[in-house]
Design a protein around this ligand. Structure first.
Ligand code: GAR
Length: 209
């Protein structure tokens, strides 16, 4: 089973969705670490109660690169294959992103490419959109811009506020993330995907004459 480190900053409801999905008998992944930049994040206590290793390091007062290096060291010590960002409210530096290219996923509460960054639900409502939603995407250097792996649209109702919409989108998030992560890590075992990857790499090789 693929080994997943989950990074959180708060409640950790998406982390919990991943964790309980990982306990289904056919789950292709397991959670090996839950790490947070906030030692008081409720999700850490939930993970610990479920017997999952946790790591917490407050970012305040530490240079960004130093904080991130220590987080990454904990992730490497846990021997994680993939990182799943789940409500992790820190931007990851290009340096760290490059170490995990194709192996770091994020969940973002909008229908990307719409509304990268913050206040996604308020912006969707203000724009008069018919739907908000959620995306799971690969993390690249540019914020919320990596390949989208899956999305669920959620209808905006008359009278919705950012809060009421966020609450409904969260139900969709909890369905989407475990499914997309399972599909993504399973691709590695899929012969067709491996073949496509080999072709891609062969094409990327410099020509030698
Ligand atoms: C989720 O809605 C997630 O999509 C969002 O934070 C919330 C975390 O909730 N993430 C972002 O806004 C990332 N920029 P959770 O802690 O209960 O999973």
């Amino acid at each position: 089973r693929a080994r997943i480190a989950v990074l959180i900053s708060g409640t950790g409801s998406n982390m919990a969705a991943l964790l309980y999905a990982s306990r289904l008998s056919d789950a292709p992944f397991e959670i090996v670490l839950v790490a947070s930049n906030d030692p008081s994040a409720p999700g850490l206590a939930l993970a610990a109660a479920e017997g999952i290793a946790t790591f917490a390091l407050a970012h305040k007062g530490l240079p960004r690169a130093e904080h991130e290096a220590q987080m990454e060291a904990a992730i490497l010590a846990a021997d994680a294959d993939y990182i799943a960002l789940a409500g992790y409210m820190r931007v990851i530096t290009a340096e760290t992103v490059s170490h995990w290219s194709g192996r770091m996923l994020n969940i973002h509460p909008s229908l990307l490419p719409k509304y990268t960054g913050l206040d996604t639900h308020a912006r969707a409502i203000a724009a008069g959109d018919s739907h908000g939603g959620v995306s799971v995407h690969l993390v690249t250097e540019e914020l919320d811009a990596g390949e989208v792996l899956g999305q669920i649209a959620v209808a905006i109702q008359p009278g919705d506020t950012a809060d009421t919409l966020a609450r409904r989108v969260l139900f969709a998030e909890h369905q989407l993330y475990p499914r997309v992560l399972a599909d993504y890590v399973s691709r590695g075992n899929n012969p067709e995907h491996l073949l496509a990857r080999v072709r891609e790499l062969a094409l990327a090789l410099p020509e030698t004459h």
